[in-house]
Design a protein around this ligand. Structure first.
Ligand SMILES: [Zn+2]
Length: 392
């Protein structure tokens, strides 16, 4: 569902100060101004103040101005598979069906559906993304859109082709490894080395499924059979008697530029490893619920000092790519979480994970003047967050 709101993007080519007023401003999740205004010059925020400006201002109304949302992990190229895949037959069958259906659909349909998803993201205020593409067909779609963020070209298996990476202010290009149980350690190390040497984030799905944990720990199980069937030789991988998170840590993959996605099957020791490495974590609760029937322990993740970001994963495992929907789901399924923390997950934590927090994630001075206005009414800060997260 796309809530009732408007997106305001102030142009960098427009000089002269402008002022945007509203009943509420969520500057940062823990800094809320009641009855205030944002001062903008040349497309960037130059101040946020209480009260009304003396100069002429754009008065948006009694509702709330907030930063745009960040979807830290999604796969636009799988949008055409919405509603096509079985959730109830196990993860392995889901992956197998996904690969078969993606093949039969053809690139034209994948691209068309991805373009529609991009429009929905822009309309729903999700202006920043971390997109994962294995086929490499999404780059120009994102470049031609109003979306910003990081396009990760994803690799799996054991071949090590040449990689293309580029750091930009609008859309950066980096690489990602699919997962520890689908990619050789040589490939994963090469991908990490390439992204790190360019100061770019690296993304990897990890600790997502029971099959993955069994394979890495016991060197057998359904995933071992699946890999062998697909011709991937894993006999030299240094797996056994360890968790997927410990395995990628031993490989040197975890540092502040790595985004560990899912972190669903994680022990206390695994969370300690992630915390000590200062790696970023991105959880995808709706996708996890649909595919695995369980959820990450967000409270424990927070307790070890990790500030998790939110992703939706793809439309092959989730109903929408909208982080408003994901935050609403988190609010319902984690009632003990402070709503301000949930809002952080959908904004600043994602911006930090993608390395774009100097540009967005909050409405603080120096960030891009892009914000969302929602015409909701709230009597106090608690009600403000409840309404913002409820996606009403
Ligand atoms: Zn994913």
């Amino acid at each position: 569902m796309i809530p009732n709101f408007k997106t305001i993007v102030c142009s960098e080519s427009r000089s002269g100060r402008e002022f945007h007023r509203a009943g509420w401003i969520i500057v940062e999740p823990f800094t809320i101004i009641e009855n205030g205004y944002i001062e903008v010059d040349k497309g960037f925020i130059t101040g946020v103040h209480k009260g009304r400006p003396e100069e002429k201002c754009i008065d948006h109304g009694p509702g709330v101005l907030m930063p745009p949302l960040v979807n830290t992990h999604l796969h636009l190229e799988l949008s055409a598979l919405k509603g096509c895949l079985p959730f109830d037959k196990g993860f392995k069958i889901w992956v197998k069906t996904l690969l078969e259906k993606r093949e039969t659909l053809g690139q034209e349909k994948l691209i068309k559906a991805a373009q529609n998803s991009v429009q929905d993201l822009v309309k729903s205020g999700n202006l920043y993304i971390g997109d994962i593409s294995t086929l490499g067909i999404i780059k120009s779609i994102i470049e031609d859109s109003a979306l910003n963020g990081v396009c990760f070209h994803e690799f799996l298996g054991s071949d090590i082709p040449p990689f293309f990476v580029q750091k930009n202010d609008s859309v950066s290009f980096s690489v990602s490894g699919h997962a520890p149980h689908t990619s050789s350690p040589q490939l994963l190390k090469a991908l990490k080395q390439c992204s790190k040497s360019n100061g770019l984030p690296f993304s990897i799905h990890v600790a997502e499924s029971d099959d993955e944990s069994e394979f890495i720990h016991d060197k057998k199980g359904p995933w071992a059979d699946f890999l062998t069937l697909r011709g991937i030789d894993w006999s030299s991988w240094e797996i056994g008697s360890k968790s997927p998170i410990a395995y990628i840590n031993d490989m040197g993959l975890l540092d502040p530029l790595t985004i560990a996605v899912h972190v669903l099957n994680a022990s206390d020791r695994d969370l300690e490893i992630l915390s000590q490495s200062k790696a970023k974590v991105c959880v995808c609760p709706r996708s996890n619920q649909n595919l695995h029937g369980k959820l990450s322990d967000i409270e424990k993740i927070l307790k070890v000092g990790i500030e998790p970001a939110l992703g939706t994963d793809s439309l092959a495992s989730c109903d929408s790519l909208n982080i408003f929907d994901e935050m609403a789901f988190v609010q319902t399924h984690y009632p003990m979480l402070d709503p301000a923390i949930i809002f952080s997950m959908g904004t600043i934590n994602g911006a930090r994970a993608l390395g774009i927090d100097h540009l967005t994630g909050t409405l603080a001075k120096g960030k891009r003047a892009q914000f969302l206005y929602r015409p909701l009414k709230a009597k106090n800060k608690k009600e403000l967050f409840q309404r913002t997260l409820s996606n009403e």
